[in-house]
Write a protein that binds this ligand. Structure first.
Ligand SMILES: [Zn+2]
Length: 861
């Protein structure tokens, strides 16, 4: 099912130097399209990767995070003695008997022990209120909550989506905008989030450790079940008209940035073609702009009353805690309020969804399917089925038409409002803003204790090196395990052990010696990497199909990309993840992929065509173009990321395609030269991460890299080495790019900051940025809160030495900039106070980001 989601926070992330990155996966390599826009995950400390699925054109409906606790983790010993403060003693029901089918108000619906992961899943439903809870008890330092309601709508008013936004503006017990996220920050989280799809709305939270989670749970549910939904909240968060008679508001700005995008246009067409009248899947859940302009807060309140009821709410909680503790908190701190509101259980005839619980049974059934049954399925649903095909064609005239129509509409709106009407609108907005600026009583914040950092269970990682003499620090057991396997290798291999079902091997190759005229080829090199014919070391020749097939059979995942996270973009990183028993095969395959690939003309043609096809869509993405324009100013021709950005590629790819046609040998020789340069021994590193202790021979398999002689390793190249003069001292330069097919505007403002990972001011600057950036903190309140932009953030890049102020999806990005400037000046001159609670919240939020980045053995290095 094609589902689009709409959300609260953006999928935005600060620009990586290259603005967009490629991540060819097995799936993409076999499907047209080739490239995907992968928003950079984290720059410095702040991560928005978790929001990718929530809001953007991404179609994924499952959070990648939801899967992470399931991926074979270590055992933690859990210790928290603060629990008794979270739950009043008098309400702890009893120690839960593992075989109990009742606990307090709750009845056990189902209990499943997954056989593919060390996880137990339980579902409980309250017989008093109808509230359902699914708890997945698994090992992870993070605790995650997904609070899900079944919601649908039969028109394009956007009520489910606008309601999702209003939920965060205050609740019956906490009637202040921002209190929830301020408390979430204190609870070791980086704020709350949510998304709305055609058939459900989900509210999310993740905290480091369970203590903050359990404290926040009742506060969060008060917001979901009893939000204030004020008229003033509607004005700023959903829709208003500003002094220029333009329409604005957070949701309005969000939908303005989406409605005319090819993905949304086509998805809506598809929905209308596919589903019959009366189906909720036909509707634009996010809200069409013309309908948002006439929506009222009363309509949203009605919608809330109908759908946001306890028996339509299921809490999915993933994390290590006794289920009884979770149920105790609900029973003692949530259910009494529900009962006070007279919501005692489901009405007669109410049917609860139970699809999820049957899922594992269905997989068992599928495991028994025969070949014929699978072929029958394909035939029935793919071959014999009547498809609906929506073809999206770029239109040269549409942008102009949209612009003209919008101008005319605004002019007419101005006319019909008249001076008096407009003044009234402005006054309305000012009043609404004033309400949001009402300070949260400090006591409401400070009475919520920040949990101790010691309560978090970190994933221990052990390190060892191929050459013990150069090791910075090492674990004796692991070092001995490596050393007993043969002799030293002449090149760098780092080993890191964490308890995991898998082991990941990586090659890190430096791009610095590639001549600038060949750097733009790298994008094609990366995209082609896993789909070229390969001659194996034993002489066997594999076609590109065989390469893909064998890789899929060998590994659980493979990837090639620039850098590590958003750092070290002048490195290429190739990774293969396998079960420990297949480690040796993986190392040998990695070697042959690097050295044995044949740059066949036909394969290069296919890859170039795929890259070329992906460019128009990237060019229509405001943030991608913005990052490329900015990168072009800041980085010189030695930057691999700049050479791979959308602007460089728009120019380069057609030329490369032509050259391949005219002189294929020259192009093939270019790619060979790239490989020779990437494999210069002074720029090559290998890393092994995961269950290294279960790998019988961790070191000797690397001997297959016979081509690598001993060499003095150079430090990894840093983006600061590729700065232009302007990049070194950004000042007095402004570039405005018009982009008629985008209705929003974007801005990035760069200044020089600290450079280097060990700078003494780094910690303070990180906290300062977080104080500004945190959900519901200064930039959010002043810029987003007034509807000036969907997002505005500071980002610190200590590798390049830049501090940036970023505006994402704004009706007018310069106005957002001006507001940002006012905020910073106010903070500096003291006219806007900084409370200690805000600083505490920022620090806690950084604790969360740090824990999150090392929350699975795969992410812990
Ligand atoms: Zn939204």
């Amino acid at each position: 099912m094609l589902t689009r989601t709409f959300g609260r926070r953006s999928p935005w992330s600060p620009c990586t130097p290259n603005g967009f990155r490629i991540r060819p996966t097995a799936k993409q390599l076999t499907s047209p399209g080739g490239l995907s826009l992968v928003n950079g995950a984290k720059r410095g400390f702040r991560s928005y990767a978790e929001n990718l699925h929530r809001d953007g054109p991404a179609r994924a409906t499952r959070s990648p995070e939801l899967n992470s606790p399931l991926s074979g983790l270590r055992t933690f010993c859990f210790s928290s003695n603060a629990r008794n403060h979270i739950i009043p003693k008098s309400v702890i029901v009893e120690k839960m008997d593992p075989s109990a089918s009742q606990y307090g108000n709750f009845d056990l619906v189902k209990k499943v022990k997954l056989d593919y992961a060390p996880i137990e899943l339980q579902k409980w439903t309250s017989r008093k209120t109808g509230l359902s809870v699914v708890h997945l008890d698994c090992e992870s330092p993070l605790v995650k909550g997904y609070f899900v309601l079944r919601t649908e709508i039969f028109d394009d008013s956007g009520r489910p989506h606008t309601l999702e936004h209003l939920v965060f503006l205050g609740s019956e017990k906490y009637p202040y905008k921002g209190v929830l996220d301020n408390l979430a920050n204190r609870a070791f989280s980086n704020g709350t989030n949510a998304w709305t799809a055609n058939d459900h709305t989900a509210y999310t939270i993740a905290t480091a450790g369970d203590e903050g989670f359990l404290r926040l749970l009742p506060v969060y549910l008060d917001h979901v079940l009893y939000p204030t939904m004020t008229s003033n909240g509607f004005v700023t968060e959903v829709h208003h008209i500003n002094e220029k008679a333009e329409d604005a508001g957070v949701v309005y700005a969000e939908m303005q940035g989406r409605e005319q995008t090819p993905g949304d246009l086509m998805a809506l067409k598809m929905q209308r073609a596919f589903y019959p009248d009366g189906s909720a899947y036909r509707s634009e859940t996010g809200g069409l702009m013309e309908r948002l302009r006439v929506l009222t807060v009363e309509k949203i309140r009605e919608y809330h009353g109908e759908y946001y009821v306890p028996h339509n709410l299921c809490l999915v909680v993933v994390g290590r805690m006794p289920t009884s503790t979770l149920l105790d908190v609900l029973q003692s701190q949530v259910e009494p309020d529900i009962l006070k509101h007279g919501q005692d259980g489901p009405p007669a005839g109410w049917k609860r969804p139970s699809a999820m619980m049957g899922e594992t049974d269905r997989y068992d059934e599928l495991a028994k399917w025969t070949n014929d049954q699978w072929v029958g399925l394909l035939k029935r649903y793919i071959i014999d089925n009547a498809p609906v095909i929506v073809l999206g064609k770029p239109s040269a005239s549409l942008p102009g038409k949209l612009e003209t129509e919008e101008k005319a509409r605004i002019a007419a709106q101005k006319e019909s409002l008249g001076e008096e009407g407009l003044a009234k609108k402005v006054q309305e907005l000012e009043e609404a803003k004033k309400e949001h600026e009402r300070p949260i009583p400090q006591k409401m914040l400070t009475s919520f204790p920040v949990p101790p950092v010691s309560s978090i269970n970190w994933i221990p990682v052990k390190g060892a090196w191929n050459d013990s003499k150069t090791a910075l620090s090492s674990d004796k057991q692991l070092q001995a395990h490596v050393e007993k396997d043969g002799s030293d290798l002449p090149f760098f291999v780092g080993f890191h052990h964490a308890k995991s079902s898998f082991v990941t091997i990586s090659a890190l190759l430096s791009t610095v010696d590639i001549p600038p005229h060949l750097l733009p080829h790298l994008k094609v090199y990366l995209n082609a990497f896993f789909s070229l014919p390969v001659t194996r070391s034993d002489g066997a020749k594999l076609t590109h199909e065989e390469v893909v097939k064998q890789l899929d059979g060998l590994s659980v995942g493979y990837d090639i990309n620039f850098g590590q996270g958003d750092l070290f973009q002048n490195l290429i990183r190739i990774t293969i993840r396998v079960e420990p028993r297949r480690y040796e095969e993986a190392v040998a395959f990695l070697k042959d992929l690097i050295y044995g690939a044949e740059f066949a003309k036909d394969r290069l043609e296919v890859t170039i065509a795929k890259v070329q096809q992906s460019l128009p869509e990237l060019k229509r993405d405001g943030n991608t173009v913005l990052c490329a324009v900015s990168g072009d100013l800041l980085y010189d021709e030695t930057s691999a990321s700049k050479a791979s950005d959308i602007l460089a590629q728009m120019d380069h790819i057609p030329k490369l395609a032509q050259k391949l046609k005219d002189d294929p040998e020259a192009v093939i020789s270019d790619f060979k030269q790239i490989r020779d340069t990437l494999t210069k021994p002074e720029g090559v590193r290998f890393s092994v991460f995961g269950n290294v202790l279960d790998v019988e021979k961790p070191r000797s398999p690397w001997k297959v890299f016979k081509e690598l002689p001993s060499a003095v390793l150079r430090p990894p190249p840093k983006s600061s080495e590729s700065l232009t003069d302007l990049g070194k001292r950004p000042a007095k330069k402004a570039v405005v790019v018009t982009h008629p097919s985008i209705e929003s505007s974007y801005g990035i403002h760069t200044s020089a900051a600290i450079q280097g990972f060990n700078h003494a001011d780094q910690a303070a600057l990180r906290v300062a940025c977080e104080v500004l950036d945190a959900t519901e903190s200064f930039l959010w309140r002043f810029i987003r809160g007034s509807g000036l932009a969907y997002g505005a953030y500071m980002a610190l890049d200590v590798e390049a030495g830049h501090l940036t102020f970023n505006v994402y999806k704004a009706p007018d990005s310069f106005r957002a900039y001006e507001e940002g400037r006012k905020v910073i000046e106010g903070l500096v001159n003291g006219s806007i106070p900084i409370e200690q609670a805000v600083v505490d919240g920022a620090k806690s939020s950084i604790v969360y980001s740090t824990v999150r980045s090392v929350s699975t053995p795969g992410s812990a290095p």
